[in-house]
Write a protein that binds this ligand. Structure first.
Ligand SMILES: CC(C)(COP(=O)(O)OP(=O)(O)OC[C@H]1O[C@@H](n2cnc3c(N)ncnc32)[C@H](O)[C@@H]1OP(=O)(O)O)[C@@H](O)C(=O)NCCC(=O)NCCS
Length: 162
């Protein structure tokens, strides 16, 4: 069954924070780790509601937010995305559906390219992004310090629309 993807609404934000907490608690996929500033994150999500320049999209299954993606402005790379799907809903086409929403937005707004940063050990995400038209363009050594004290590289990926 298809899980619909739509623009983020204010009523989604509590559930989106819960989803974000759960993926942060996995500790291996996204930059944010538990203990992050939840109120700042809430304000960040709220600022994306009805925001066509920096939109967020959510996937909703039976009233529950199970996936999210959003576009933020990176100082160096320009429009840059993040994406996360609930553990229970991975590999069911939700990411692909959200990528379609991003593609439509990028084409509509004549955005020449989107970027993202991914940890090199995140093989599922790298496979997913390659499959959906992204390519690796750079690698930043020792880019992110984790709460354990480990320092991880990041890979910069790009999807062109021009
Ligand atoms: C990466 C992520 C967003 C992918 O979303 P998803 O909904 O699971 O992906 P989809 O089901 O739409 O997969 C589409 C295609 O991507 C590829 N793919 C997705 N997950 C994969 C995996 N674990 N291994 C290999 N290929 C994979 C496949 O080609 C898949 O098509 P198929 O299932 O028909 O073979 C999701 O796994 C996730 O949220 N992971 C945790 C958070 C994260 O890593 N976010 C990205 C940080 S940069």
């Amino acid at each position: 069954m298809d899980i619909p993807v739509r623009r983020l609404a204010s009523g989604d934000i509590d559930q989106l924070l819960e989803l974000f907490d759960a993926v942060a608690a996995e500790r291996i996929y996204i930059g944010t780790e538990p203990g992050y500033d939840r109120e700042q994150k809430r304000r960040g999500f709220a600022s994306r509601v009805d925001n066509d320049a920096n939109p967020s999209f959510v996937a909703v299954d039976d009233g529950r937010v199970v996936g999210s993606t959003g576009v933020y402005d990176h100082a160096e790379f320009g429009p840059t995305i993040g994406m996360l799907i609930a553990k229970t809903h991975r590999r069911r086409g939700v990411g692909r559906a959200m990528m379609h929403a991003l593609d439509e937005w990028a084409l509509q707004h004549r955005v020449p390219a989107l970027h993202l940063l991914v940890f090199p050990h995140n093989a599922p995400a790298i496979a997913f992004y390659r499959e959906t038209g992204w390519t690796e363009v750079d690698r930043f050594e020792r880019d992110v310090t984790r709460q354990t004290g480990e320092v991880w590289d990041t890979v910069l990926m790009r999807k062109s629309y021009a």
